[in-house]
Structure formats: structure tokens, C-alpha cells
Design a protein around this ligand. Structure first.
Ligand SMILES: CC(C)(COP(=O)(O)OP(=O)(O)OC[C@H]1O[C@@H](n2cnc3c(N)ncnc32)[C@H](O)[C@@H]1OP(=O)(O)O)[C@@H](O)C(=O)NCCC(=O)NCCS
Length: 187
């Protein structure tokens, strides 16, 4: 499956690699060790209780990829999985897609997600030929919003109470980039 070697602005060499079933144990171990870190922002951690649950997610993600409908990649540094970056299902009618990401806490601050998201956004424009790539982040999620802002996405507004995560309502900041703006990705 695909391997995508990248170097972050902080000089860290890493790879995006399409998630495969054999990654389930390592990915579950990372998510399980980072429950407190992930729980305020991402709902799926609440119903992820085993490597078997992660396998179900990876099976669906592989089907999504083979159907040309987006993908989910592990972020690998050396032999260790640091997190994921992936695409929600592509809306082909309207030619847009949303990107999502997360890292284990110990992997923050190295530029992995900014660089990984840059590569994925470029792929959306160049390979899928999409018109719009979106990033949504809770208003209070400063680190996630900083990724979108660093990459030159435009803040369109705030969707109020659009997500219920960990018993709280989240307002989401919506960022987008259009195909004609892709040169802003730079890098
Ligand atoms: C959101 C999340 C992935 C962001 O992680 P992150 O480590 O802040 O993001 P990156 O990997 O891009 O690293 C950012 C660092 O690289 C630096 N960096 C990245 N690209 C850079 C560039 N082009 N030039 C200079 N510095 C750069 C940033 O300044 C930042 O450094 P700092 O931490 O010293 O300020 C992480 O906080 C997380 O997983 N949170 C929990 C789950 C979550 O919220 N997911 C998103 C839901 S919407």
C-alpha cells in the first residue's frame, strides 16, 4: 500500500502509510494510552475498546480507499505510529472533503500533522481534483486550529453546538481551502 515519505518544518523525517489491518494493535495501544488527550475533541475514542474495534475502522477505511473515496493514513516515525491523518468520505457531487487528524501527546510539537495535512490537501486537489478541502476544529482546540491557520486555510465561521463530545457541546470553527488557493499550501 502507499508510503509517503515527508520531512516536517521541524526537521523530523516521517511517513504517511495507508492504514492496514496489521496496524490495529499498535494504533489501539497509542489511542488507549492517549484517551485523556483525545477525549475532549474526538467522539470515537469513547466507543473504541479494543484492537478489534480499530480493525473494524481500518476495514472500512481500506474499502473507502479502494473505492477511490478517500483514505486514512498512519503517521509513522521510524518504526512507531504517532497518530493518523485521514479523509472523511468525499462528497463527489459537490467535490469537497474534510480532513481529520490526531497525534499521541508525546508526538505533538514536531510539525508532523501540519506537514501530513499539507500533503493530504495537495493530494485532494491534484489527484482527486476536488474543489474544496475543509478542516473543522472545536473553537477551543487551539492546536488543531493552528494547523489549519498555518497551512493558509480560510476561517469561514463558527457552527454553534454542532458536535456533542464527551458530554459537552462543541462549537466548530470551519476552515476551507479552494483549489484555486492551493499554492498557499507552499512547503
Ligand atoms: C491537533 C493536533 C494533531 C495538533 O498537533 P501539533 O503537534 O500541535 O501539530 P503539528 O504536528 O503540526 O506540530 C506543530 C508544531 O510544529 C510547528 N510547525 C509546524 N509547521 C511549521 C512550519 N511550517 N513552520 C514553523 N513551525 C512549524 C508549530 O509551530 C508547532 O510547534 P510548537 O508546538 O512548538 O508551537 C494534536 O494537538 C492532537 O492530536 N490533539 C488531540 C486530538 C485532536 O484535537 N484532533 C483534532 C480534532 S479537530
Amino acid at each position: 500500500m502507499f508510503r509517503w515519505p515527508l520531512t516536517s518544518a521541524k526537521g523530523v523525517e516521517f511517513e504517511l502509510r495507508l492504514l492496514e489491518l496489521r496496524d490495529a494493535e499498535a494504533l489501539y495501544a497509542l489511542a488507549d494510552a492517549n484517551r485523556e488527550h483525545i477525549r475532549p475533541w474526538l467522539p470515537w475514542i469513547a466507543w473504541t475498546h479494543s484492537a478489534g474495534d480499530v480493525k473494524k475502522f481500518i476495514r472500512a477505511a481500506l474499502k473507502q480507499f479502494t473505492e477511490g473515496d478517500g483514505f486514512h493514513a498512519g503517521i509513522w516515525v521510524g518504526g512507531e505510529i504517532a497518530g493518523c491523518v485521514g479523509l472523511h468520505a468525499v462528497d463527489w457531487q459537490n467535490q469537497h472533503v474534510a480532513v481529520g487528524y490526531w497525534l499521541g501527546k508525546e508526538w505533538e510539537g514536531r510539525g508532523l500533522v501540519t506537514e501530513g495535512t499539507r500533503a493530504v490537501a495537495r493530494y485532494c486537489f491534484e489527484t482527486y481534483g476536488l474543489e474544496r478541502v475543509e478542516i473543522r476544529a472545536a473553537v477551543e482546540n487551539k492546536r488543531s486550529r493552528a494547523v489549519a491557520e498555518r497551512l493558509g486555510f480560510t476561517l469561514e465561521g463558527v457552527l454553534r453546538r454542532t458536535q456533542r463530545v464527551d458530554g459537552r457541546w462543541l462549537d466548530n470553527a470551519v476552515y476551507s481551502m479552494l483549489r484555486g488557493e492551493a499554492e498557499r499550501l507552499g512547503g
